[in-house]
Design a protein around this ligand. Sequence first.
Ligand SMILES: NC(=O)c1ccc[n+]([C@@H]2O[C@H](COP(=O)([O-])OP(=O)(O)OC[C@H]3O[C@@H](n4cnc5c(N)ncnc54)[C@H](OP(=O)(O)O)[C@@H]3O)[C@@H](O)[C@H]2O)c1
Length: 400
Amino acid sequence: MLPRGGTVLVTGGLGGLGRTVAEHLVAAHGARLLIVGRTPASQLPDGSREALEILATVGEVRYRAADVADPDALAREVTEAERAWGRGLDLVLHLAGTPVAPQWERLSEHELRTESAGWLSRMLRPKAGGCAAVDRLLAARPGTAVVLFSSVNGLFGGTGFGAYAAANAVLDGWAQRWAATGRRAQSLAWSMWDGPGMNQGSPLVAAARHRGLALIDPARGTVALLGALHAGVVHLLIGADPENEQIKPFLAADQLRGGTIAVAVVPGPGEDPQRVRSAVAARLAGEGIFARVAVTSRIERDRSGAPDAAAVLAAIGSGGGGYTAPEGPVEELVAGAAVDVLAVPRIGREDSFFSLGCDSVRALQLAEALSERLGARVTVGSLYESPTVRALAATIAAPV
Ligand SMILES: NC(=O)c1ccc[n+]([C@@H]2O[C@H](COP(=O)([O-])OP(=O)(O)OC[C@H]3O[C@@H](n4cnc5c(N)ncnc54)[C@H](OP(=O)(O)O)[C@@H]3O)[C@@H](O)[C@H]2O)c1
């Protein structure tokens, strides 16, 4: 991704994570850096100024004050740097972000429904605005790779971090979009870094660790970064424990709940819908695409013959290929419990619990309700492994 002596734009490169990453790029790869932040060089706080001085003694590093969301300013600085380097831009590392510390003590004000327009815009500016400006840069630089520093909040959401989660989800979307055009693009969704950075001193670290989010020390973070760059996966979660009970629902193989991409598949004649869905989901997940995969009986098309996205979404939103009634006493029992716990009017045999609002708490309630009704233990894990009425019923051997 980065040849020796390659050129890199690092937005937010004097922030906590940016310094570590910049240091590694310069020292280990001989990279030439253009670092961008809003603070004028003469007003940099001591830590950032010292970091810049150290970087400049190790390699070729220039710092320019510019708002990453200002496309003209960003283009100007990059063009000037390219002239000085005598080489085009190899890589954009986009780290610029608004610190979350001010919201730690007032989390309830930062759910999406309580979020202020002002704070939402502050959060979106460096990430959404920054990506739009980077997109303008990339348009004229087809060979330039781009790596975005995102957060697990982009996929998992996060009570009290509504705007921050939205801003990071935007990054994840841009990476998918650039990658879809054949560009080398990645969005790395980190849990929390230890040491300098926007999570330093966070009172929420212990709670986050309990929820399966690791605290990453800078040395391990750098190694993880190198591994991620090497792997080239478009959207990568780093520091989230996939075995944690609170994280599992988001990663259930056939139903990535945090997904913003919906994929509709039509099984061939005689094919098992559940197997088709699992296979498609596994393939997409392998490519780093977080999508909600649904089976449907047909893809509606518009007059021109193109897929009718609205009609397809409406169909899969209501349970894919239409409602199929549960069959036999075990499926009926499973469906009945799911209807009660999930408070939905009905559930078909191929509907996934997780596409009908089953979260970690409801998964626990559903497992308990089923255990009680069946007189045999049904684990939460089995819901994730067999997330439909039909699949779960097939795994239940207890007499009804
Ligand atoms: N730290 C973590 O644990 C963690 C975890 C997950 C994800 N991340 C993500 O990783 C990135 C880096 O985090 P960090 O902890 O290093 O943050 P940080 O220490 O707060 O640094 C953020 C940097 O972004 C710059 N910046 C903010 N808005 C900008 C704008 N509009 N234009 C140009 N520069 C701007 C800031 O410089 P100026 O103030 O001078 O503009 C600052 O140098 C962030 O995007 C963050 O969301 C961090």
